[in-house]
Design a protein around this ligand. Structure first.
Ligand SMILES: CC[C@@H](C(=O)O)C(=O)SCCNC(=O)CCNC(=O)[C@H](O)C(C)(C)COP(=O)(O)OP(=O)(O)OC[C@H]1O[C@@H](n2cnc3c(N)ncnc32)[C@H](O)[C@@H]1OP(=O)(O)O
Length: 254
């Protein structure tokens, strides 16, 4: 089975992480899929990109802990973190609107992926959180720096420093989610982007350029690189490996 599905919809591309059995965890295949989405999205036929997860349980459970647990050293983890951070920076600065539909829980890197999208809508009742701190690491795909840009500093730091899971109403209140939906996901998506799809691509891109310009001036890319380096240092610690081992043992993956 493919790790992801890219569907051509009228006016936009829909990317689905298709790894329901591992709660749509991101592995190298999914990373390649997002790069493919970003390449395909250049076509004039598409005015927006939408990202979601397969099934009803999870949007994305972050990095694939089984696969990435093989990465032990600072240098090994840096390669992976840096690769994904470049993909997320490309998504963040994409010249067309991007929407994450959180069809279920979003954890760790799943929240980083969602943060890199312009808009996030979530199914009522879901839980999400930047739980990286509980694994003795920080965000490492750039999501921490991105969250600080998207939310007020206090709300962003609260999500990062508590490393807790929050419910959909709380996530709406702090601005992580922009809207909640109940029922049909496709309909919720359509409703959220239909007015944008009526505008000229050039208009949408011009607005995006305004915010990207601000991020360039405030050296966001450099700040993300520092986030990646700091996370890679923490990654090699015994504390991190022990936390991941206990998750994998609990789920009988070791
Ligand atoms: C590496 C990048 C880093 C970053 O820079 O941000 C991160 O992403 S760190 C965060 C990594 N992610 C996690 O720690 C999340 C771990 N998962 C969970 O907490 C929970 O699974 C869930 C997402 C809250 C969903 O809970 P639930 O619905 O109860 O499902 P299960 O826990 O029973 O899981 C089902 C199944 O899926 C496997 N699984 C879940 N998440 C991952 C993952 N991230 N990587 C690999 N596998 C994962 C889990 O082991 C179960 O497998 P089986 O027991 O074989 O069914």
């Amino acid at each position: 089975m493919n790790s992801y599905i890219i569907e051509e919809k009228t006016g936009y591309l829909l990317f689905t992480i298709n790894r329901e059995d591992v709660r749509n965890a991101i592995n190298y295949d999914v990373m390649e899929g997002i790069e493919k989405l970003l390449d395909m999205g250049k076509d004039k036929a598409y005015k927006a990109l939408v990202i979601t997860g397969a099934g009803e349980s999870a949007f994305c459970s972050g990095g694939d802990l089984s696969a990435f647990h093989q990465l032990k050293t600072e240098n090994e983890s840096y390669q992976m973190l840096s690769k994904m951070s470049s993909i997320l920076y490309r998504l963040l600065t994409y010249p067309k609107p991007t929407l994450a539909i959180l069809n279920g829980s979003a954890v760790g890197g799943g929240c980083e992926l969602a943060s890199a999208c312009d808009f996030r809508i979530g199914r009522k009742g879901l839980k999400a959180g930047f739980i990286q701190g509980k694994l003795a690491i920080t965000t490492g795909w750039g999501g921490g720096s991105i969250l600080l840009e998207k939310l007020g500093i206090t709300n962003a730091l609260k999500l990062l420093m508590t490393a807790d899971l929050y419910d959909s109403e709380q996530l709406l209140a702090v601005g992580f989610l922009n809207e909640l939906y109940d029922g049909d996901q496709q309909q919720a998506c359509q409703l959220y982007i239909e007015k944008m799809l009526k505008l000229e691509t050039e208009v949408l891109s011009a607005y995006k350029k305004m915010v990207v310009r601000k991020w360039e001036e405030t050296n966001l890319q450099k700040r993300i690189q520092e986030e990646v380096s700091n996370c890679a240092k923490l990654w090699q610690s015994e504390a991190h490996h022990q936390k991941v081992t206990s998750f994998l043992l609990k789920n009988k993956k070791m």
